[in-house]
Design a protein around this ligand. Structure first.
Ligand SMILES: NC(=O)c1ccc[n+]([C@@H]2O[C@H](COP(=O)([O-])OP(=O)(O)OC[C@H]3O[C@@H](n4cnc5c(N)ncnc54)[C@H](O)[C@@H]3O)[C@@H](O)[C@H]2O)c1
Length: 304
């Protein structure tokens, strides 16, 4: 198949592109390299360095005749969105709409969209949280992702564009940026390997962590589904304090963290049920938190 992956130079997108190319698909990437890296781009993919908000992306659609589109590109940081809601909406809402308009115009079979499971259920009614639970997005980031879910419903009902929405928990693994405000596992591992002190905002808040290769498998399986929303998580959560302890031990560090106040607007507890995607298209997480952290430590040991 001919597949467009937006954000294919980023953490999740680059792993997805590697898998698609390994499976013999023809892959085109649109990425502005704002957080993505050139060295993550698979050399067998066709790469366009451009912004998803650029009206000229029509030319790329016109030229390549895509079967499906993965929309992975985004402003992906909750803390950044809290301080910059307009920029977040500009990229995550207007950028996505530019893409959706082109999907309709060029009659794309299906768009697969990475929403958020970690941020969309603020104060969830039950745990592990499934798709029946009301989405209560609080942060601008979660609001922008939820808005696109609703736009997808509109584009499906009115223009016949099929979609699959993936709501992943907190993703971690090799290639995650350890310098941003999001991606706590990458940040802890990278700091502790360099003997730098970590800080923790709050600490009692808990997250469900899912390994990047498991998320890629879910994105691949999503090709089989139509107009569905799936949570992607492990049904387990761990507090940030306990996560720190785990990583401290696995990196053989004896550093203690510095504690800062928790951030308003961040979810307190996240733990996602993946029962629906398991029953419908057979996805389950395969990699335990311990094994995933060990693989990520190995990766960061070799990063300059
Ligand atoms: N990392 C997580 O824990 C997590 C959890 C749930 C959902 N997600 C979603 O998964 C997707 C990938 O996240 P990630 O962690 O790989 O982030 P990332 O920042 O590594 O990847 C995003 C990519 O999009 C590109 N990009 C950003 N703005 C762009 C624009 N305006 N035009 C073109 N390209 C642009 C970046 O350069 C980057 O390569 C995002 O949609 C994110 O919201 C991530």
């Amino acid at each position: 198949m001919k597949i467009l992956v937006t954000g294919g130079a980023g953490f999740v997108g680059s792993h997805l592109v590697d898998k698609l190319i390994n499976d013999k698909h023809e892959v085109v990437i649109i990425d502005d390299l704002s957080t993505g890296k050139k060295e993550f781009i698979n050399k067998f993919a066709t790469f366009y360095k451009t912004d998803i908000r650029n009206k000229k992306i029509s030319k790329i659609f016109d030229k390549h005749n895509f079967d499906i589109v993965y929309h992975i590109a985004a402003q992906k940081s909750v803390p950044y969105s809290l301080k910059n809601p307009i920029e977040d909406a500009d990229i995550n809402i207007l950028g996505a709409l530019n893409l959706l308009d082109n999907c309709v115009k060029y009659k794309i079979e299906k768009i697969i969209f990475t929403s958020t499971g970690g941020a969309i259920y603020d104060a969830a009614d039950f745990f592990p949280t499934n798709e029946e639970c009301e989405a209560k997005p609080l942060s601008p980031y979660a609001v922008s992702k939820f808005a696109i879910e609703k736009y997808l419903n509109f584009y499906q009902k009115v223009h016949g564009l099929n979609y699959v929405i993936i709501r992943p928990a907190n993703i971690y693994g090799p290639r995650q940026d350890p310098h941003g405000e999001a991606g706590v596992i990458a940040i802890f591992i990278s700091n502790l390997l360099q003997n730098k002190q970590c800080y923790i905002n709050g600490g009692d808040q808990s997250r469900d962590f899912v390994y990047v290769k498991d998320v890629v498998n879910a994105l691949i399986l999503a090709q089989k589904a139509k107009n569905e929303i799936y949570n992607i998580g492990t049904s387990n959560d761990i507090s940030i304090i306990n996560l720190y302890e785990k990583i401290r031990k696995l990196t053989n560090s004896n550093l203690t963290p510095e504690y800062k106040p928790s951030i308003k607007g961040e979810v307190v507890k996240s733990q996602l049920s993946s029962k629906k995607i398991k029953e419908q298209i057979g996805w389950t997480p395969k990699i335990s938190l311990n094994d995933g952290i060990l693989e990520t430590i190995e990766y960061f040991k070799n990063v300059k």
